[in-house]
Design a protein around this ligand. Sequence first.
Ligand code: F6P
Length: 343
Amino acid sequence: MNIGVLTGGGDCPGLNAAIRAVTKRGIDEYGYNILGIKNGWDGLVEGNVAPLTLYSVSGILPKGGTILGTSRRNPLKNREDWHKVLDNIRKFELDVIVAIGGEDTLGVALKLYDEGVNVVGIPKTIDNDLQGTDYTFGFDTALYIATEAIDRIHTTAESHHRVMVVEVMGRHTGWIAVMSGIAGGADCILIPEVPFSIEEIVKIILGRKKRGKTFSIVVVAEGAKPKEIKELVTRSNKVDEFGHIYLGGIADVLGKELEKRTNMETRVTILGHIQRGGTPTPFDRILATRFGVKAVDMIKEKQFGKMAALIGSSITTSPIEEAVKEPKKVPVELYEIAKVFFR
Ligand code: F6P
């Protein structure tokens, strides 16, 4: 059996742990041939495929990024690319495609499955916005990085008696914001799922000041926007091949408004891609490893069109169709917990 493995979409720590697990489980347990498809779906359009061996995955577990490379190439954008993908699957005699990715990557895998190609998914994204699994790997590391950053922002905020606005990633959900905000003791957390106004934030900040708290930490998700601002704040009006706009910069807009209305010195930190870099946390290393082993066992059991999933503490499977239907949003109960401390 020839198993093609690819990593698509935004990279994250843990991808190499997953690649290592698929390769070792596949070769050692079932004697499969494992082929690495380079740079996500681009590799299948261009025919950029090379064998993965026990040697090539040795020592990559703690390494950030992906040894295969990734891209946001969308082969569904034109028929010629799509036919190249199908031709290359035949040319390299790939019996199964293991797609490690988020909604975009797994959405393409689902289309291949509809065309009769055997696919297995592994859910990956720092956004944690995939249905069908409690967690995606990459999220815990981004959460750790963001929390560590908020801890550091705390000491400088307190020293200068400032309002500090910290912007985190998460695309159109607020998982990183709400969890790192709770973990980092933020005084206000703003996420796309819950409408808010700048006036409400000002009230929290001035209320704290009245009680002698001369600094405040506001954590804002890149996809959030207050009622007073009409459009999402973006870096440019370009979109990627899956139609996603480039979010980023809401913190700058918010920071200016808050400084004006509270008359307190305000500074802004946008964490950006450091949330996607470096070595994975132990949780992500273990989750990515468990997903990788499960994905190969799913091949043995001919469980195609599904992805490995974490439900509670168990590794199981979920239909890819479910996972990509719509983003998994932050539940209001979790946000209510965060709100206990907005004062
Ligand atoms: O999906 C992961 C993610 O980091 C989002 O949180 C973010 O909006 C986007 O990718 C950034 O994409 P790029 O790396 O292409 O700029």
